[in-house]
Design a protein around this ligand. Structure first.
Ligand SMILES: O=C(CO)[C@H](O)[C@H](O)COP(=O)(O)O
Ligand SMILES: [Co+2]
Length: 217
């Protein structure tokens, strides 16, 4: 199934609650929550209290993208804060298999993410264990960047790998996705689309609806 996951990193934090409600009303299936620790990536974004405060506002899937070093340390806390899907970076884990196992033991959806410079082969060993692979289309750390064209080839490559292994793993693309390039990334094999700036500039509801109608074609 194709799903839209608007990234609240690009939202107006002074009215975060009503913006989350808008996403829900417009039909976005997921809410993408970017967690940054100032170590794995240079910036610091938000944490448990923010997640907990918006959790009662929607039943949509909380798609939590952990851009933090050694995420294994915080899995229990993110699940308690309302995560339905936890994605960890392959580059951030000393023991990726164990980290994924820990997420699955909590009974939620498990994802693994790779940066633009990380080859898809690096996650071949855990592909059978995860429900989703997040392919970064920009270097993680900031919203509002331009999609790096070479990353689309990685999505094709990953899709081929998934098919060859007989899996049905979801592919999420994150970073620089707009209405102009979403067709290309979906043709390459992505079925979960993160969009931040493209959703939160202008009319949020209208932007969500435009993405959704494009994605259902
Ligand atoms: O993970 C991220 C940044 O590291 C964000 O999810 C991503 O940048 C989305 O924002 P935009 O659509 O504005 O690029
Ligand atoms: Co993200």
């Amino acid at each position: 199934m194709n799903c839209l996951s608007p990234s609240i990193l690009a939202s107006d934090f002074s009215k975060l609650g009503s913006q989350v409600e808008l996403l829900d009303r417009a039909g976005a299936q997921y809410v993408h929550i970017d967690i940054m620790d100032g170590m794995f990536v240079p910036s610091i974004s938000m944490g448990f209290p923010v997640m907990k405060s918006i959790r009662p506002l929607t039943d949509r899937i909380f798609d939590v993208h952990l851009m933090i070093q050694e995420p294994e340390r915080y899995i229990n806390e993110f699940v308690d804060a309302g995560a339905d899907l936890l994605t960890v970076h392959a580059e951030a884990c000393t023991n990726l298999e164990r980290t994924i196992q820990k997420i699955k033991e909590k009974g939620i959806i498990a994802g693994v993410a790779i940066k633009p410079s990380t080859p898809v082969e690096q996650i071949a060993g855990v592909l059978k264990e995860v429900d989703m692979v997040l392919v970064m289309m920009v270097n993680p750390g900031f919203g509002g960047q331009k999609l790096i064209p070479g990353t689309i080839d990685k999505v094709w490559e990953l899709k081929q790998m998934i098919n060859e292994m007989g899996l049905e793993t979801d592919i999420e693309v994150d970073g620089g996705v707009t209405l102009d390039n979403v067709g290309k990334v979906m043709d390459a094999g992505a079925n979960i689309v993160v969009a931040g700036s493209a959703i939160f500039h202008g009319d949020v509801e209208d932007n969500v609806r435009q993405f959704l109608s494009y994605m259902s074609e």
